[in-house]
Ligand binder design. Sequence first.
Ligand SMILES: Nc1ncnc2c1ncn2[C@@H]1O[C@H](COP(=O)(O)OP(=O)(O)O)[C@@H](O)[C@H]1O
Ligand SMILES: O=P(O)(O)OC[C@H]1O[C@](O)(COP(=O)(O)O)[C@@H](O)[C@@H]1O
Ligand SMILES: [Mg+2]
Length: 521
Amino acid sequence: MDLLLYPSSISFKSHASPPRPNFPNFNSKKSRNFLRNPLIWRQNCRIRAQSSNGTAGDGFVLEDVPHLTDFLPGLLSYPNPLQNSKAYAIVRQTFVTPEDAVAENIVVQKDSPRGVHFRRAGPREKVYFKSEEVRACIVTCGGLCPGINTVIRELVYGLNYMYGVDDILGIEGGYRGFYSKNTVSLTPKLVNDIHKRGGTFLRTSRGGHDTNKIVDNIEDRGINQVYIIGGDGTQKGADLIFKEVEKRGLQVAVAGIPKTIDNDIAVIDKSFGFDTAVEEAQRAINAAHVEVESVENGVGIVKLMGRYSGFIAMYATLASRDVDCCLIPESPFYLEGRGGLFEFVEERLKENGHIVIVLAEGAGQDYVAQELHPIDEKDASGNRLLLDVGLWLSQKIKDHFTNVRKMAINMKYIDPTYMIRAIPSNAADNVYCTLLAQSAVHGAMAGYTGFTVGPVNSRHAYIPIARVTETQNTVKLTDRMWARLLASTNQPSFLNSNEVIPEKADQETMEVVNDMRITSI
Ligand SMILES: Nc1ncnc2c1ncn2[C@@H]1O[C@H](COP(=O)(O)OP(=O)(O)O)[C@@H](O)[C@H]1O
Ligand SMILES: O=P(O)(O)OC[C@H]1O[C@](O)(COP(=O)(O)O)[C@@H](O)[C@@H]1O
Ligand SMILES: [Mg+2]
């Protein structure tokens, strides 16, 4: 296996499953019983953890991904068909070597240890599947995001054109599709144009993850490569599928491709569709700006997606230059008193005659909840349903200026969230999706499993799934990016709260720019 080729000074901090004791025949009944014995399994995990903790030598740590040979040691390998590929004929180095690793941190000091690395993604010299024996499947789960169809298309093309695989199944309607729907056979011809459309060709769903039923189905259908496109919830599900596959000792590679419009997936540089979303958000911000600068005391509010992470709002604000204030979940704000939002709105109205506020849907949720006393509702995947901070804030501002400041304002509220999510990906995201899909295919063909693929400091890497699900990527207020935003809008930092809890809003109607809103039922 690749790992053995590393110099002995390198230590491995592995999220991969522990190495199994040597069994002469891993398909024997004895071996399969061993794999099903949780006690032996846990003991073994501890051994692996003890022997792999800490760093050695120059402090190089490889956070490795599992490989099929970890639990199927006798697995045969074959020369990679890409060695005969015309496309790669003049490439200086067709195959990624086992020594190639991608550093998690690239800003270092002269004497700092080399730190955590991930396996570099890309084609390997040996593959662990015969092309004609591959039966792959693709599933998409969770919310929509621009670019899902490009990933599906490029998985199909990558498998077919690069590796000669022609048995590819589409699982329809998310995880539950494994056990509740028929599959669709995916060919290059069928998916040829789908990247030009938004949404997901395979459709999606929340909830419905049943690990045993899914793996039973994978086994029954003879599937041996599973490509799972989805966000943090989906990747957690993919990890469970991988663990169950491993427990059953199946030769099935499980590859996760991270998808989230919120850009909240840890470790990777950014998620696909994010750039497209930021670009599309400019249209809504422009509309708000045009509206409010054409009237007296115009207040434009644009709500963008971002449950727990305000990346779309932050980048859309930085890109636009028409935004006066950006509110995100990570940065609590307050309305009343010195340094509060009302004061800032009034200042800008006096200065410029209008103001544009961009807010992420997850901003100020605790603040809103104090007034609205919500029932703790969740979606089918267990994600908490958010209160509509956009409508709430619009109402609060309107009430304040009408009733307290006796000032007429012109409120325009725009909620373009689903319009932004439903479009096809832009050119840059299309290229990114292609790389993700090809890297996933190379990884699965090379026998890696239980991995998520993604760019780390611009180089694509195979990342242990647990690493991308254990934390969420959020905007760090202490990082320079947020400071850049504050410097560009000159908005209050809301750090010195002398917060006055606002009174419950009355139900006065306001002018809502409603035509951009499609409400989810
Ligand atoms: N902790 C979990 N374990 C297993 N499956 C999960 C978990 N969280 C979510 N899922 C499944 O992953 C799918 C998508 O999850 P969801 O949270 O809706 O979207 P996303 O993957 O985009 O975050 C759903 O089918 C859901 O049941
Ligand atoms: O209305 P839906 O389809 O549940 O989606 C809304 C949510 O989906 C998101 O786009 C994120 O979805 P994911 O969890 O699938 O990444 C959030 O920004 C938003 O709150
Ligand atoms: Mg999610």
